[in-house]
Design a protein around this ligand. Structure first.
Ligand SMILES: [Zn+2]
Length: 239
């Protein structure tokens, strides 16, 4: 009997000790996104500025269509785009193409259309480059024991366990730089002038209280502006 019990426990253990999958990450993101939208809706802050929503949609739609052409797996995604005037939100993209953009953030930086397109392209790159999944994979590499942790707990810890977050900080900074670079190239392919896109990072640096300081999971605004400016200059020189 005991032998069977041990065999059974071993099977259960084996069933949870597996790699995180893109499907799992997307399902988790969809749920978190739904929760955030519900919160905003309750406070009458979801899609609460029609004009702003229309502006963001007009800029985002062609970029999402381009993402589907360039990254075919994303044609099957249930892409979603919402806006809010809530000041705490700024902008994000979750796995599976779930986007939210805050007008408060766009207003604060007084973003032009090209700069807003840069912001959107950066967020879209996080999604199409599977940055959420890669972060989970990196966390598993750093802490292999998490393979047996229920996914929902692991997902919570990725954003809330400060010890784990500290370990992931430099990895996440690299992901930010990748989203900046790939986003700029991506938006340029959509027809936006590289220098006009790079100007987004100039505004980020200008509005930052400490432009030379890296903030936990984000590189310093000054270094992002420097990298974008260099890339845009190279692109314009090679035209
Ligand atoms: Zn980012």
């Amino acid at each position: 009997m005991l032998r069977y019990l041990i065999a059974f426990l071993f099977l259960v253990q084996g069933a949870t000790a597996k790699a995180v999958t893109q499907a799992e990450v997307m399902a988790g993101s969809a749920k978190l996104y739904r929760g955030q939208l519900d919160e905003l809706r309750k406070g009458y802050r979801l899609d609460d500025d029609e004009r702003f929503g229309a502006r963001v949609a007009a800029l985002a739609r062609p970029l999402i269509e381009q993402a589907k052409r360039e990254f075919p797996e994303t044609t099957a995604w249930d892409w979603e785009l919402h806006t809010t005037t809530d000041g705490d939100a700024n902008a994000f993209a979750m796995a599976g193409g779930k986007l939210l953009v805050s007008r408060a953030y766009v207003d604060e930086l007084a973003l032009s259309d090209a700069e807003l397109a840069m912001l959107l392209a950066h967020e879209i790159m996080h999604a199409v480059l599977r940055h959420n999944l890669k972060e989970f994979e990196e966390a598993l590499r750093l802490e292999p024991g998490r393979a047996t942790q229920p996914f929902a707990e692991f997902e919570y810890d990725i954003d809330n366990d400060s010890a784990l977050m500290r370990k992931l900080a430099s990895f996440n900074q690299q992901q930010e730089l990748e989203a900046d670079r790939e986003g700029l190239l991506f938006a340029a392919r959509a027809g936006w002038p590289p220098q006009a896109l790079a100007a987004y990072f100039r505004k980020l640096a200008k509005h930052s209280h400490s432009p030379n300081v890296a903030r936990f999971d984000h590189p310093s605004p000054a270094s992002r502006w420097h990298a974008a400016r260099e890339l845009a200059a190279q692109m314009e020189a090679s035209r």
